[in-house]
Design a protein around this ligand. Sequence first.
Ligand SMILES: C[S@@+](CC[C@H](N)C(=O)[O-])C[C@H]1O[C@@H](n2cnc3c(N)ncnc32)[C@H](O)[C@@H]1O
Length: 289
Amino acid sequence: MLAHTPVMVAECLTALAVQPGAWYLDGTFGAGGHSWAILQAGGSVLAIDRDPSTRRYADALTVPAGRQFRWVEANFQELAGVVQEVGLTGVAGVLLDLGLSSMQLEAERGFAFREGGPLDMRMSRCGESAADIVNSYDAEALAELLYRYGEERYSRRLAKAIVAARSEAPITRTEQLVEIILRAYPGGPRRDHPARRTFQALRIAVNEELGALEAALAGVERCLLPGGRLAVISYHSLEDRIVKRFIRASTQLEALHKRPLTASEAEIEANPRARSAKLRSAERRREAS
Ligand SMILES: C[S@@+](CC[C@H](N)C(=O)[O-])C[C@H]1O[C@@H](n2cnc3c(N)ncnc32)[C@H](O)[C@@H]1O
């Protein structure tokens, strides 16, 4: 069984219109489910992931005869550079399946608010952690971060509670932060867990996710061959908005659908992660220079 169940695989293959023998860039390799599907469809794959622990899935991948596969540890914001470095002039398709893999939701990575673990959240396992942020930003900067990246309406209240709590003891564990949020959050009906937006905001900030996505999309325009396809699966509105606006503003890309595709009811039932998935796709104009 795969460590991570890939989302909307059939829809991605249709969007990418995989041509036998052509190269496709999978910018979010994870456990390799999408890469494997592209290989099965006849494409060769250049796979990127910033999380070094995904290498083992690349090493374990069975590459069908006649196809090629390369895996590179990198941030997808550098995808155009990676394409050049491996000696390709361009790729026939780029796939980005944003967000986290099931492996990253393990407790010790600190992404999951339902699991006790170190408050880490670094996909690349280096740089500033979520604990560094919650223990060092002032209340105003924390509130801004929670509002901007989590769209958290109680951002100021939560930021104040975090600053008060850390003056007693540093916040180093996910369960500590969840406890602080639960105590500070107003009562009344809730659509989701009070910690969900704070954890989303911290994860986006720690990994500079939105900036990386913007840079990756700019890179796509440099490395996608004429007639090549872009497919992006996003899982929250901040990412989806960036993708939608980018495609709309691009002079080189043409959207394949006006609205994003979503997963079928059957897929959502089998894999609840698919519920929030939105797939946007585009083709690079053939006449573009
Ligand atoms: C949702 S998972 C992808 C799952 C994959 N499609 C599969 O079938 O297993 C997202 C992956 O993208 C990686 N990732 C997220 N942001 C990245 C970035 N800026 N650069 C490179 N990899 C990134 C994560 O480390 C994670 O492994």
